[in-house]
Design a binder for this molecule. Structure first.
Ligand SMILES: [Zn+2]
Ligand SMILES: [Zn+2]
Length: 139
């Protein structure tokens, strides 16, 4: 099988308008194609698996990967399992907050505190509920 003396990849020039063949010497043959060290597909694969490629506000996370998904690295907080847990918590949050308020209400009745005067328990729960809602709104 014929292969050139140089890497088979093309390299984008500054600004990305043009590209030219990579001029670096061949270091490895993959699937019959010659590659330099930088363009070695196996090296590239290892590279994208080593860092977290989850997008956060338009940029890659970049933390060291602890796992890979679809070949891309994922750090400890961006694994699909963690994200799924986050989604479940977010979905469950409104019901949890409602339950919290119901408990506070019942606690006030049980202790004979007039709800409109507000017990310390109710105020605390209301504060927690407000902070949780703010956090969810930002998420
Ligand atoms: Zn190359
Ligand atoms: Zn990450």
């Amino acid at each position: 099988m014929a292969h050139t003396e140089t890497c088979c990849e093309r390299v984008s020039e500054l600004g990305g308008w043009h590209s030219h063949p990579c001029t670096k010497p061949v270091k490895v043959i993959r699937d019959g194609k010659p590659y330099c060290t930088i363009h070695d597909p196996e090296r590239e694969k290892a590279r994208i698996a080593s860092k977290c490629y989850y997008r956060v506000l338009g940029a890659y996370c970049g933390e060291p990967a602890v796992d890979t998904e679809y070949g891309y690295g994922r750090c400890a907080v961006h694994t699909e399992r963690y994200l799924e847990t986050q989604r479940r918590l977010q979905a469950a949050a409104p019901a949890l907050l409602e339950a919290l308020e119901t408990i506070a209400d019942q606690a006030d009745r049980a202790t004979g505190v007039e709800p409109r005067h507000g017990s310390l328990l109710l105020q605390t729960f209301a504060l927690i509920a407000k902070e949780a809602r703010d956090a969810l709104a930002k998420a």
